[in-house]
Design a protein around this ligand. Structure first.
Ligand code: SF4
Length: 334
């Protein structure tokens, strides 16, 4: 049984069906006792200061912490830095399987299916094995949808929603325990009073490196009812065709697919405003232009760099944003 790491969400059933343990290197980094140490270690090895902290964390989780035996590296559809990161993994004698989501391909279904077949061949897993394993993972994904609905209803906090959806990429490397943890959260949350705060916000963009921001935001007259990318990481599509599930998953593809999904969820969840989280030195920051152009809703863009608390200036901007929405709402302008 090998610990197979990955750099972003991949069709995880290929790892599980082969009897191996999935490990999302992002989760290893951000949940480590001292994530800042991992960043320092990467910088000591020469990774530039002006490189995204997640990349440094992904490097150290694998190379320094030796958290995994092998890595599936997503070379298309995630991060512009992953090619160089893959080269560093290989230089450190870590076996890497590249995986590329299709981009602007004429036949994306065929291309993605071939990528999955290649991955399956490398791991000794067939599509039949994957469909068999989906009988287990589908039950857990259904529970994650329940968590998401309970967040909209006000039983589950924005942070809990973030945590469980983002952890579903590798099911915390122990799917039985993860499933049990979800059951316990659901049972506990139903005993709470519904949180009916006035302003309803959504968080879009890559998952924050500063999850403490959730408690800060929800300490105001405000409830977070949507985590865009985290929800996508949980693979919300239940298309009977496994390949389509990963084509309907919006994160690896163009920004317009993400905007369409955000629009639908804003309407469905009655969201008043969006917080667009961007990561320092991330190319996705550029997409903020199109997000603001195509979404007709108040949007606050905030930037995070290193793990830890959000800075004072960002707190003041969040405060003002929520107050502005509150005022607009009371005047009937939202
Ligand atoms: S935040 Fe951006 S730069 Fe950093 S790993 Fe993710 S996609 Fe890459």
């Amino acid at each position: 049984m090998k610990r197979i790491g990955f750099t972003t969400t991949i069709p995880v059933e290929f790892i599980l069906a082969g009897g191996n343990i999935p490990v999302d290197l992002n989760n290893i980094f951000v949940c480590s006792q001292n994530p800042s140490n991992l960043i320092d270690e990467a910088q000591n090895d020469g990774l530039p200061r002006n490189c995204c902290s997640w990349i440094k964390g992904l490097y150290s989780a694998a190379v320094k912490e030796k958290a995994v035996d092998e890595i599936i590296s997503v070379t298309n559809g995630d991060c512009s830095n992953t090619h160089a990161l893959t080269e560093l993994y290989t230089a450190n004698n870590i076996k890497v399987y590249p995986f590329a989501y299709p981009y602007e391909e004429k036949e994306p279904y065929k291309v993605l299916k071939n990528q999955m077949i290649t991955l399956g061949n490398a791991l000794g897993v067939t599509f039949d094995d994957v469909y068999d394993y989906c009988k287990i993972t589908d039950k857990v994904r259904k529970k994650l949808k329940h968590i998401d609905e309970m967040t909209v209803q006000g039983y589950i906090t924005g942070f809990e929603n973030h945590l469980y959806l983002v952890s579903s990429t590798d099911f915390n490397s122990d799917i039985d325990k993860f499933s049990q943890d979800i059951d316990e959260l659901i049972e506990k949350a139903y005993k709470r009073n519904i949180n009916n705060k006035y302003v309803r916000l959504g968080c879009i963009g890559v998952p924050t490196i500063n999850p403490v921001m959730y408690d800060f935001i929800e300490s105001k007259n405000c409830k977070i009812v949507f985590n865009e990318v985290q929800r996508q990481f949980s693979i919300p599509s239940d298309n009977p065709d496994y390949v389509y599930r990963y084509l309907e998953y919006t994160y690896p593809y163009g920004i317009m697919d993400r905007i369409k999904d955000i629009k639908e969820q804003v309407k469905k969840r009655k969201i008043d405003g969006l917080i667009h989280y961007v990561q320092s030195f991330c190319y996705r920051q550029i997409q903020d232009i199109l997000i603001k152009k195509h979404l007709n809703i108040p949007i606050l863009t905030i930037e995070g760099d290193s793990p830890g608390d959000i800075d004072g200036r960002t707190k003041i901007r969040i405060d003002s944003f929520i107050e502005m929405i509150e005022m607009k709402k009371r005047k009937g302008n939202i």
